[in-house]
Design a protein around this ligand. Structure first.
Ligand SMILES: Cc1ncc(COP(=O)(O)O)c(C=O)c1O
Length: 473
């Protein structure tokens, strides 16, 4: 029987709302896409009437033009049929016809939905506080002032003013021993790690010691470039240098990847004796230490600890990035290499204009200005999160709070972080089990709670929801 329901099913309206939230596409396209989806999935079947354009426009809070344009396009394609004096309907061949395109999975529609409301993912900076106007100003200056002859010049290790600006920034802010000729401009830490892994492989390395737990993407990049990653345990003082020595001599590894400023994800700063011990090991074995200098700037209990590179510029390669401190969307970073490591030339370097903007951004002091305001905001948010956790879950003791944008919450006995994280997804909480970062060693079941992109106004509610999940096991 012909389905002549005059209104859209409520799911369809929800899809329309989800489509509307993807602000990158014109509204007309989103309404059109949502209708097409509803038809493809059979929620609007052949012959079904769509609401009058005025009604749908009012329901969605959009102009009537948006709806008539969307209907008009679908009519032109034969998906809808418009007849004078009667409602616009889903065409017979569109709804339920066997040759329709395969139904779009609902999850695809949800990709355009707003991101998780309670964003507790680690490693995401405050996206609401991205310094858009300062970056735009730097870009404008770059475009206006880049000399013509620089536009087509080869910059194998990066645009010289960007290398100068990074060297100056690393010396004044991270107390690194930085010379612009040792700097390569990259797309970020992962890109730098890839170049270094290829260079190490070229020099005969086949293994690299990595912290366990650690950020899996850098381990994967090493593995992909022929360096087997060997996990080394981490404790409250950072990487265990005794175990590092033992594993290095057992495997012959002469390279190590570490996060001395703030171990990711457990949060310890590498203890001074271990810094010295790591450098001693590297000198004794002609080894290279790769310092992933992420999160270094957000230290709350004291001033940021200088880069490890300062202790041994001849043994330490520092990789840095704007991804976590400013925005992952910029895709910019750097690496500072020891004199005997030839700076690899990037085959696909960042755009020259982006590099010139980076030079401008750093030289104007905009990065440090942004870091200062971020530090103040994160310190306040971190305290609010700690207070809320203390009130809602007083029996749990958080760790890794001295720096960065995340903390570690060990769960009560019997709780599964994976199950809690899965249950969190259903109620808008993005939670990350510590196990996601572990290679071998298993720490107690824990969640890594990021607060970089958590809306201040939602901190308490996020914790109450988490407590409810833990209480309801
Ligand atoms: C430990 C660690 N280092 C570095 C980065 C930055 O990597 P990239 O610059 O490639 O985005 C991240 C990003 O999440 C990270 O977690």
């Amino acid at each position: 029987m012909r389905n002549t329901r005059p209104i859209l099913a409520w799911e369809t309206l929800l899809d329309l709302e989800a489509e509307r939230s993807d602000a990158r596409r014109p509204l007309r396209d989103r309404v059109e896409a949502a209708l097409r989806l509803a038809i493809d999935e059979g929620r609007l079947s052949a012959g079904a009437a769509v609401p009058p354009s005025r009604t749908l426009a009012e329901t969605l809070g959009v102009s009537r033009w948006v709806v008539t344009e969307a209907y008009g396009q679908l009519v032109a394609e034969g998906v809808l049929e418009a007849r004078t004096g009667s409602a616009t309907r889903v065409a017979e061949q569109a709804g339920g016809a066997p040759v329709r395109t395969p139904p779009v999975p609902r999850s695809v529609a949800l990709l355009t939905a707003p991101p998780t409301r309670f964003d507790l993912r680690p490693g995401i900076p405050d996206l609401r506080a991205t310094p858009r106007s300062r970056w735009s100003a730097a870009l404008r200056t770059a475009v206006a002032e880049l000399p013509d002859h620089d536009l087509a010049a080869a910059h194998p290790h990066g645009y010289a003013p960007a290398r100068d600006a990074v060297a100056a920034y690393l010396s004044r802010s991270r107390h690194a021993v930085a010379d612009a000729t040792r700097i390569t401009i990259t797309h970020g830490a992962t890109d730098g790690m890839g170049m270094l892994a290829r260079e190490l492989h070229h020099r005969g390395h086949r293994a690299i010691l990595v912290e366990d737990p650690s950020w899996p993407r850098l381990r994967a990049v090493a593995d992909d470039n022929g360096l087997r990653s060997i996990p080394v345990p981490v404790d409250g003082d950072g990487i265990d240098t005794g175990q590092l020595r033992a594993l290095a001599s057992a495997t012959g590894a002469r390279a190590a990847l570490v996060t001395p400023a703030h171990q990711f994800p457990l949060g310890a700063a590498l203890a001074p004796v271990r810094r010295e011990e790591l450098v001693r090991w590297a000198r004794e074995h002609d080894a290279l230490v790769i310092e992933d200098d992420y999160d270094a700037e957000f230290r709350y209990d004291r001033r940021p600890v200088p880069a490890l590179q300062r202790l041994a510029p001849d043994r330490v390669a520092l990789i840095g990035s704007l991804s976590k401190s400013v925005s992952p969307a910029l895709g910019l970073g750097w690496m500072l290499l020891p004199p005997d490591v030839a700076p690899p030339a990037s085959t696909a370097p960042p755009s020259l204009i982006d590099q010139a903007a980076l030079a401008e951004f750093l030289t104007r002091g905009d990065l440090e200005r942004h870091l200062r305001s971020s530090r103040t905001r994160f310190r306040r948010r971190r305290q609010r999160l700690l207070d809320a956790l203390e009130r809602a879950l007083p029996e749990l003791t958080v760790t890794g709070i001295a720096a960065g944008m995340h903390l570690v919450l060990p769960l009560p006995p019997g709780a599964s972080a994976t199950q809690i994280a899965a249950a969190g997804t259903a109620i808008g909480l993005a939670l990350t089990p510590l196990a996601r970062y572990e290679a071998g060693d298993r720490h107690p079941e824990s969640l890594v709670l990021g607060y970089g992109n958590l809306d201040d106004a939602l901190v308490e509610e996020a914790v109450l929801r988490l407590a409810a999940l833990l209480g309801g096991r």
